[in-house]
Design a protein around this ligand. Structure first.
Ligand code: SF4
Length: 285
């Protein structure tokens, strides 16, 4: 039976993107190919907040106890090696059972599954079919993969996902979503590594795919425009969202309105991050 290293598994409201406001189970896998230490920092400077917390990781027994960060990746504990002991390797059976326990009616009804990370398409593609085929997952009709858009789908997993969509009585594009949060230079990651139009165009062959850029400054928005041009040139047809940077309320509220206005000006969509005003972005929300 397949196993997945799980950083978090919780039930909440999706705060971002296409499914904003929809009750959702979040399956946060462990591991990422990036570290995004630059978010919210002046260009060229790297956030050290996660590194500082990593030096005292022995003080924490579970995710809910971990401090929030105002710069860098707000999901740092889902990929930083110092926190890997907090993430158990669970079988498909154990994950499906746990999902049954946290769903409000003990089974899938109208809720949606978010497979996030870390980077959920990094190493777990081979394990998802076993989970999604589990008897307790048969009523699930909508899944979003929250990805950084750098990991190609294996042919085997693409075939599986298309079949999954049809099996659930829907066309593939309605039930499957790829929410691609492509990383701009403000994240601290290199352009060539982060902007991979050929990978994202391939997701569009399988499910509804959109781009969601986390921005704070005019320079970030210019970078987003340049990236969109590259995706469009490669044939990408999906929607574009701008979302304000800010894993803590003080940072988020500083630029949410200006990001909404910037999106409107360009005919792009605005994504809030409702988990910040609603739940303070605490782990498990
Ligand atoms: S790609 Fe996402 S999960 Fe990975 S380090 Fe960057 S923000 Fe964090």
């Amino acid at each position: 039976m397949s196993k997945i290293k799980i950083a978090e598994l919780f039930y909440s409201i999706q705060g971002e993107g296409r499914y904003m406001g929809v009750p959702s189970v979040f399956l946060r896998t462990f591991g990422c190919n990036f570290s995004c230490r630059g978010f919210g920092m002046p260009r060229g400077e790297l956030s050290a907040e996660a590194e500082d917390i990593a030096t005292v990781v022995h003080l924490y027994n579970k995710y809910e106890e971990l401090p929030l960060v105002s710069t860098g990746c707000d999901s740092y504990a889902s990929w930083h090696p110092s926190f890997k002991e907090l993430s158990p390797m669970l079988t498909s059976d154990a994950i499906a059972e746990r999902i049954g326990e946290i769903l409000p009616f003990g089974e899938w009804r109208e809720e949606h599954l978010v497979i996030t990370g870390g980077e959920p398409l990094l190493g777990w593609q081979r394990a998802y079919p076993d989970l999604l085929n589990h008897p307790k997952m048969q009523n699930l009709k909508e899944i979003t993969f929250e990805t950084n858009g750098t990991q190609p789908l294996t042919q085997e997993f693409k075939d599986y996902l298309k079949d999954w969509g049809y099996k659930n009585g829907r066309t593939w594009c309605q039930g499957l979503t790829f929410s691609v949060s492509a990383k701009l230079p403000g994240s601290g990651e290199a352009w060539e590594e982060a902007i991979r139009p050929e990978v994202v165009c391939d997701y569009e062959q399988v499910g509804y795919t959109y781009l969601k850029f986390v921005v704070a400054t005019e320079e970030d928005i210019k970078d987003a425009k340049r990236a969109v041009e590259q995706y469009r040139a490669a044939g990408f047809e999906g929607h574009v969202y701008l979302m304000p940077v800010g894993g803590v309320e003080s940072v988020y509220s500083l630029n949410a309105k200006s990001v909404a206005i910037a999106a409107m000006k360009r005919g792009w969509r605005y994504s809030d991050r409702l988990q910040v005003p609603l739940f303070k972005n605490e782990w498990g929300t």
